[in-house]
Design a protein around this ligand. Sequence first.
Ligand code: HEM
Length: 587
Amino acid sequence: MQLATAALLGLVLVGAAVLHFFKVYQRLNDPKAPPGPKLIPYIGRIHDLPIKFMWLKFKEWADMYGCANGFYRTRMLDAEFIIITDEKVAEDLLVKRAKYNSDRPNIQSLFDSKSTNGSMEYLPLMGRNQYWARQRKLTHSYITEATNARYGGVMYHEAKRWMARLIEDPDGFQFSLEDMASKVMCQLTWDDPGLSEYCTKSAWGLLTQMSPAGPITNVLTPLWHLPLFLNPWKRAERKRHDEQQEWWMQRFLETRSKMSSGEMRPCWTRQLLEKTALRTSISGDYEASSVLGMLALVGIFTVAGPLSYWLVTMVHHPEWQEKVQREIDEQCGGRPPTLEDAPRLPVLRACIKETMRWKPNVPTGVAHETEADDVYKGYFIPKGTRLLPLDWAFLRNPVKYPDPDSFRPERWLEPGWPTFQTPLTQFPTIRGMTSFGWGQRQCLGMSLTQDELIVACGALAWCFTLKPKRDPATGETLPVPLDKSNSLLIIKPDPFQMSFEPRSEKRRAEALRLWEESDAEDQRSRREFLEAARARKGMEGEAVPVAAVIPTLSTLQDTGCALGAEKKKEEFMIEISRVSSNASSLS
Ligand code: HEM
């Protein structure tokens, strides 16, 4: 080929590419599309959306493009986003049009995150499918029953343990705080607070894996498709996933085994095996162990987040800390608050709610995905669009929340503020806050969160004055930063130091005594339960009937999980034989 011909061909190709780029640019930035930052072909806005503090950039765009409509559009690679910045729009799209706006987007770095192929593992991430429907129903009923039963006293017990740990090891507060939240969930799920450390680690693994700020494959999604030998992300995820599932299954089988000898106290897993198994549509042990394992996990960092921010807030606002302490001293007769006291503690509830507004721990919100084309306010929203209710924008709305960047609990307590509501025995409540999401996917843990925060924040205020810490070497006050956190989907403040000063020697001694008493009572009740079970067995040779949740054939055919349908099927076959032999040995 002559040089001139080659040059001409090159020029034509470059020209065609430029033309194509220009056409795509025009199509993407169609003036009839919802407003938003200009989109670049193939990458959208991935180049200037930071992974760290993503919600701040989303808010910046909200102020530029979202004011008129309460939403704007953007794009990351091939994923189309509507960022919702106004509560009314969230109500329209996510509640009134929930029927086709309640699916979830795929999370690339998890195998079958939506359970489209039947993995049935992560309820909050599932698409709007049969597994989601039945697991949501079951989870809702278990949490509601536990709430009505005041969690069997678990929260009081764990709050007392936490106070004692804070007295003995105040510098380990970040660990003991998360451990407290984890112990509550492990106790409710498997009646075993000793599982908390592993459970927290496991929750952290999943949280990291599912967050945009986690593995790079969540943002540069094509990398996920590299062959396994070139793909460290997929290999790491397979290991994490398999370990987590195995651990969930072990907990489940252990519970069943203890039940067979009558040695299992009440908990959600026993409840499922004992009662619900006979009338639930949960397909088998694999699904049962997953729904329970996920339930234990989801209540750890969600609750630990606001609790951590409570510490930060109280250190920065000693005037409100004093008000909370005074209220508790006046209303609770010298003891830490219980849930029965809650109606008489509006200042405590206002400070909790304002902490969650001021420092939300899911600031980006959780995306829904549309299942049908739609037109809203004259704009076309195609099927498959991700609808992101930007909680940071809702909670910084200056009309609803005047002086939005300041911590102002009085906005919940005094007439004249737009958010003031009566009766104060009931309001403020965190139930129904935008932070818990919308419509059919709204959070199932609102009451549990509210109750745990009342008990734990109340116990803290009863026992300690929270203060900044002084550097022992220089005597200088150590900073407690307000704006340093990670950027995962559920955030928490970066490590910091602070001081937990018992309010008096008497309070300190009383807190230790309360824990000793509660611990002794817990041990006594566990011992007596075991002794009674063993005596019953010795006397009667009794075997307690335990329902086996046996996977059905249709479930097996359903389980073409991305991990490999064959592997999954093999696991189920092993499980079936194990379950069948367990069941027959009991009958
Ligand atoms: C401050 C604490 C919490 C916050 C801010 C929070 C926030 C959220 C959000 C934003 C969603 C998604 C809602 C949507 O898609 O519209 C969600 C879903 C969910 N939450 Fe929470 N949550 C918290 C605590 C809890 C707790 C303690 C539990 C359980 C013990 C829990 C269980 C769930 C479940 C099961 C879902 C999935 C619902 C579904 O997909 O249908 N959450 N939560």
